[in-house]
Design a protein around this ligand. Structure first.
Ligand SMILES: C[S@@+](CC[C@H](N)C(=O)[O-])C[C@H]1O[C@@H](n2cnc3c(N)ncnc32)[C@H](O)[C@@H]1O
Length: 151
């Protein structure tokens, strides 16, 4: 239904959990290298439980390569704490790409600057950021909710 992009994820259980979220929403998981773990990592497999092998996972050597491999009208949204525009104000479409940053550093500054009109945030307070898999769940299921409501 959607495309979830993790840029250089570092923590295996996060990626395993995101894989389950993708499976649950019939979405594709795109992993942009370098990864902070091996895809055979036991912690990743454990977080993904028996479902990991069913997840539609695609690997890319860079975000530029991923983007170049998509249709010219593909829509990309970048999730970050560095904007004030709430994720629920976007009207999502099937096939949208939801892009998330790495656990320790977030999305690279050049990517944020190049896509300044495509930044979305999950409003929050009291912490610098949410866990990666939690952030994916919030936005992915809002996008799925919108599609379900329209059909
Ligand atoms: C653990 S966070 C990264 C924290 C990093 N220290 C930073 O300052 O961006 C990992 C990723 O989850 C997503 N994320 C976490 N909290 C978010 C929020 N409140 N709004 C939007 N995205 C969020 C972003 O894509 C972020 O790059």
């Amino acid at each position: 239904m959607f495309n979830v992009v993790l840029i250089e994820p570092e923590i295996p259980p996060n990626t395993g959990n995101v894989g389950r979220l993708c499976l649950a929403t019939r979405s594709t998981l795109h992993l942009v290298q370098p990864l902070g773990f091996d895809v055979d990592d036991r912690q990743l497999q454990r977080a993904g439980l028996d479902y990991w092998k069913e997840v539609d996972v695609r690997h890319w050597t860079s975000f530029a390569e991923l983007q170049a491999g998509q249709a010219s009208d593909a829509r990309f949204f970048f999730l970050t704490t560095k904007t004030s525009r709430p994720y629920y104000e976007e009207r999502y479409q099937e096939g949208d790409f939801l892009v998330f940053g790495r656990e320790t550093k977030g999305l690279p500054e050049p990517l944020l600057h190049a896509n300044a009109d495509r930044l979305l945030t999950i409003p929050m307070r009291g912490t610098r950021s949410l866990n990666l898999a939690t952030a994916v769940a919030i936005v992915l299921f809002e996008a799925a909710r919108q599609i379900a409501k329209r059909s």
